[in-house]
Design a protein. Structure first.
Length: 304
């Protein structure tokens, strides 16, 4: 039975030449039929005309939309310039407006041409997801940079302390913050790390408080030492008189009396005053009867 079916299928596949010629002639006659040819040319003409109209509409939409986009970019640029937006954030926002504008223009043109825009959006979404997963760490730094540029916890030129680093902010980009330390090192801190950490900004105020702690021996004349410390701070001339400098006993330690001096100074003169007064304390306080103690250990020997 199986052999018979196979033989029948093979015979059905073999068409005699006469039948093939008849079919060919029928096809040629059909192609040369006037009505058929006329319908083909009519359909092609309609398709060409309609396609040309859609192309013209798409070009018009493109040029008009691009002109409007350029106007929008100029308005956004002027607004950010007027408000003094950070340079890095300024550039990023302008680029974002341009990219989003052109994506919207492309979507409109795709719809006008008759393509399925949902497929195009699906491709864009999948590409965005893949790129986001591949650059997750970089995108976190990018988000941190946006937060820093918007909230401005520090600016270029501020002296900050963060992530175990202290120095002057040299530049703020969308991905990292560059800090120059006092010993001329250049430190690059990722924005994701610094935006989520504690930031100590020493430049937000116009004044800072200097503080010195001096340990003297028990029995030294505190009043005399206090007057000498106040005189040294006042003589320097950089300490502010309002609020006035203060000298007080900070602690009674095991082997010393800790005396603390406080004085307010302009931000830019902090280190000059601090270093000068520290040196003067060391040189002049012993002349006023101050003895700087150091840890001592008394050993008592007992005879049996």
């Amino acid at each position: 039975m199986l052999k018979f079916l196979q033989t029948e299928q093979v015979e059905n596949l073999i068409v005699p030449d006469s039948i093939q010629k008849a079919r060919l002639m029928e096809a040629v006659q059909h192609l040369t039929d006037a009505d058929f040819v006329k319908n083909i040319w009519s359909d092609m003409l309609h398709w060409l005309v309609w396609t040309g109209i859609k192309m013209a509409i798409s070009l018009a939409i493109f040029y008009v939309a691009r002109w409007l986009l350029h106007k929008l970019v100029r308005i956004v640029d002027a607004l950010m310039t007027r408000r003094g937006v950070e340079v890095s954030l300024h550039s990023f926002l302008l680029t974002a407006v341009k990219v989003l504008g052109y994506v919207l223009i492309v979507l409109i043109i795709v719809s006008v041409l008759g393509f399925n825009s949902s497929s195009f959006l699906a491709v864009l979404a999948s590409m965005g997801l893949a790129i986001g997963m591949a650059l997750s760490g970089t995108l976190q730094n990018f988000a941190g940079g946006i937060m820093i540029l918007v909230l401005r916890p520090y600016r270029v030129g501020d002296f900050i302390e963060a992530q175990g680093v202290s120095g002057t902010v040299s530049s703020i980009s969308l991905f990292n913050t560059v800090v120059h330390t006092s010993d001329k090192k250049t430190i690059y801190i990722p924005n994701n790390a610094i935006s989520t950490s504690i930031i100590n900004n020493y430049s937000t105020s116009t004044t800072r408080r200097c503080s010195w702690k001096v340990s003297v021996a028990y029995g030294d004349d505190y009043d005399k030492i206090r007057e000498a410390m106040l005189a040294i701070i006042t003589r320097d001339g950089r300490a502010l008189m309002d609020p006035a400098p203060v000298v007080r006993i900070d602690a009674l330690a095991d082997s010393a009396v800790v005396i603390e001096a406080r004085a307010w100074v302009k931000n830019e003169e902090y280190w000059g005053l601090y270093d000068s007064v520290t040196e003067a304390f060391y040189k002049e306080l012993p002349k006023c009867g101050a003895n700087f103690p150091f840890p001592q250990l008394d050993v008592h020997l007992m005879k049996e």
